[in-house]
Design a protein around this ligand. Structure first.
Ligand code: NAD
Ligand code: UDX
Length: 422
């Protein structure tokens, strides 16, 4: 099949390259020429384990261009994978999705063959049917379901394990309201070999938001209980290991610490809360999930102040800036509020991250970035914000360590050790 993917970021690039690996011809489209240049040169535009190898392996089947029109004309199916950031009030910002749909619609006006448009970006339930589809119909002068196909295919990959998640997902959700689109997508995904669920379009969108809401809620629930455990001298990891063994629960996403960051959980839970409010529903539990998450990084700083009450002029080392290990992504990383608070308190921040320093430097040029983790250990105190594996090998003896991610070696060795939830 000939596939175009609009938006060549963490999702578009990975899914496009994985489709190429399944044997399809893929055209990746972005407005950012630097990303496309990287792909054309056989390099990955993002830090994602395994992605560069896959780009090189499938070079003959991948092309990268800024020419959206040519990409739509030369392919049969288009995935829209552009960003859906938060607006100021938390509601979803659809400008990139609807902008891409407008452009695609204009090309479909003059295209004779049947084309299928699939929204892969995470959007509020109802968006594809009530907003993207009318934009496509108006721009093309055609009717969805008859002249072109439209559907939803939410993405569940995690950064850091995106290639694996994409090629062997727990399940594939296809939202289609017409049998032709359902059939095209089912055939496309058949070689993956995972369970395929075909649902109405709006249900597929709701499944994506609900998945992220449930996982975010697990983390905030774990953090709330973890905070209490710390006061009571109970080890929260022991608690959640046992709780997770209950067949009705599952052990995943119960790791306590400074909370969830990244490009999905915070913005998607916010968008769900804001969208629900607009429909007259107050999602109280999810509002609390966000509130707990905002408070967790502040706990790290109170623990630091227990040992260094006045941070003015103190050198504070930071290990980890990415929102999780194995990515260079700093979107909504917990390191952002922590570093901002440290700088506001007059501390000198010295930081190291194996992949995310360049992205962090654009936001915080005033931080001292060092070339190895050992240089951070010489600071007056060390904060661990991301659990990169290499931090497990450091020598924490004689150090003050305030840990947001529970590194066992730091816990065992540090002269003074404090963990957020333990
Ligand atoms: P991203 O910001 O990394 O990538 C989006 C890309 O779209 C950018 O490169 C941007 O330049 C490009 N773009 C914007 N408008 C364009 C246009 N008109 N034409 C061509 N390119 C355009 O975003 P992302 O993290 O890949 O997320 C994309 C979507 O997938 C979002 O809705 C997100 O919620 C969802 N999602 C993300 C993840 C994740 O782990 N990052 C996982 C699942 C779902
Ligand atoms: C998430 C979803 O898992 C994925 O299905 C969706 O498609 C996109 O959003 P991602 O943001 O890449 O993926 O990373 P994830 O591994 O889910 O971690 C998100 C955040 O939660 C990280 O900041 C991580 O540190 C934090 N987290 C995760 C915890 O604090 N505790 C946990 O137990 C798990």
């Amino acid at each position: 099949m000939k596939i175009s993917v609009i938006g060549c970021g963490y999702v578009g690039c990975v899914t496009g390259v994985c489709f190429a690996d399944l044997g399809h011809e893929v055209t990746l489209v972005d407005v950012d020429p630097a990303k496309l240049r990287a792909i054309s040169a056989g390099r990955s535009p993002i830090y994602e384990p395994g992605l560069e190898d896959l780009i090189r392996k499938n070079r003959d089947r991948i092309s990268a261009t800024t020419d959206l029109r040519a990409a739509i004309r030369s392919t049969d199916i288009t995935f829209v994978a552009v960003g859906t950031p938060s607006q100021e009030d938390g509601a979803i910002d659809l400008r990139y999705v609807l902008g891409a749909c407008e452009e695609i619609g204009q090309v479909l006006k003059d295209k004779d063959t049947f084309h299928t448009v699939i929204i892969k970006s995470t959007v509020f339930p109802g968006t594809t049917k009530e907003m993207a589809c009318p934009v496509l119909e108006k721009a093309s002068g055609k009717t969805a379901g008859r002249d072109f196909g439209i559907g939803s295919n939410p993405e569940f990959l995690r950064e850091g394990s995106a290639v694996r998640d994409c090629l062997s997902p727990d399940r594939i959700v296809i939202g289609a309201d017409d049998p032709r689109t359902a059939g095209i997508l089912s055939d496309l995904y058949a070689p993956v070999g995972s369970v395929v669920l075909v649902t109405p379009v709006t249900t597929a969108e709701m499944i994506k938001y609900t998945s992220n809401a449930v996982l975010a809620a697990k983390i905030s629930l774990a953090n709330e209980i973890g905070n209490l455990c710390k006061r009571l001298g109970v080890d929260s990891r022991e608690v959640f290991t046992a709780v997770g063994m209950d067949g009705r629960v599952s052990p995943a996403f119960f790791r306590t610490g400074i909370g969830f960051g990244g490009s999905c959980f915070p913005k998607d839970v916010r968008a769900l809360v804001a969208g629900a409010r607009a429909c007259g529903e107050d999602l109280k539990i999810l509002r609390a999930v966000l509130e707990v998450n905002e408070e967790q990084p502040k706990k790290l700083l109170s623990l630091l102040r227990r040992h260094i009450p006045d941070l003015q002029g103190k050198i504070i080392g930071v290990l980890g800036l990415a929102f999780k290990p194995d990515t260079d992504d700093i979107r909504e990383s917990r390191a952002v509020p922590v570093v901002a608070d440290l700088l506001a308190a007059g501390a000198q921040v010295v930081a190291y991250d194996p992949a995310a320093m360049e992205n962090f430097r654009r936001v915080f040029p005033q931080v001292g970035y060092v070339s190895g983790p050992d240089e951070v250990l010489g600071a007056d105190a060390v904060l661990i914000l991301t659990e990169w594996r290499e931090f497990e090998g450091l020598d924490y003896r004689g150090r003050i360590v305030i840990d947001g991610r529970r590194l066992e070696k730091a816990r065992a060795e540090a002269m003074i050790y404090e963990g957020v939830c333990w």
